[in-house]
Design a protein around this ligand. Structure first.
Ligand code: AR6
Length: 175
């Protein structure tokens, strides 16, 4: 089954979905941008769970392209069950095609968790410097043939009007 793809403008911490994806860094200790917004909305228990993941699973940090899930804490009020944390590539030093892995591994993890809906921010397009055009192209390559027995809705949440317009132009035919 092909999931419904929705392109939305707004704040991912206000979205209702079974899981939302965080554009984290490999330390998993929080930061600015969407990561900061998610940690603020979820509350301090999220950082505690991230510290445990670092200790028990990723002492050297979460590698680029990989994904891990935590509970949603304060975001449960939106109906969010899980937060999936993934680390995007940095435009100035990594292969930006690794962004594909962020989306694929987040989708696979969401399926394993039984999520019917998932919301993504435009990973790597803020502090990590990937252009929104490259992001739209890479997300398109992942989603155009994506099918799932579990995920029914994929939301792509863009913060700025410009990013939203570019996604609409590049991915609108999939939605
Ligand atoms: N909802 C949806 N999208 C948002 C929100 C929000 N509340 N806030 C920002 N964006 P960034 P990155 C957009 O910088 O490039 C952090 O410090 C933003 O406009 O959050 O992957 C981490 O800790 C942009 O389009 O993530 C890492 O150190 C997109 O989200 C580093 O930044 C991603 O921007 C990760 O950088």
């Amino acid at each position: 089954m092909k999931p419904r793809i929705e392109i939305l403008r707004g704040d991912i911490t206000k979205i209702s979905a079974d899981c939302i994806v965080n554009a984290a860094n490999s330390s998993l200790m929080g930061g600015g941008g969407v990561d900061g917004a998610i940690h603020r909305a979820a509350g301090p228990m999220l950082l505690e769970e991230c510290k445990k993941i670092r200790r028990e699973q990723y002492p050297n940090g979460l590698p680029i392209g990989r994904a891990v899930a935590t509970k949603s804490y304060g975001l449960a009020k939106n109906g969010v069950k899980y937060i999936i944390h993934t680390v995007g590539p940095r435009a100035w030093r990594d292969n930006i095609e690794l962004l594909k892995d962020c989306y694929i591994n987040s989708l696979m993890l969401a399926e394993q968790l039984g999520c019917k809906s998932i919301a993504f921010p435009a990973i790597s397009t803020g502090a990590y410097g990937v252009s929104i055009e490259d992001s739209a192209r890479i997300v398109r390559s992942v989603l155009k043939n994506y099918e799932s027995g579990i995920i029914e809705r994929i939301m792509l949440v863009l913060w700025s009007e410009r990013d939203y317009e570019i996604y609409k132009k590049e991915l609108g035919d999939l939605s």
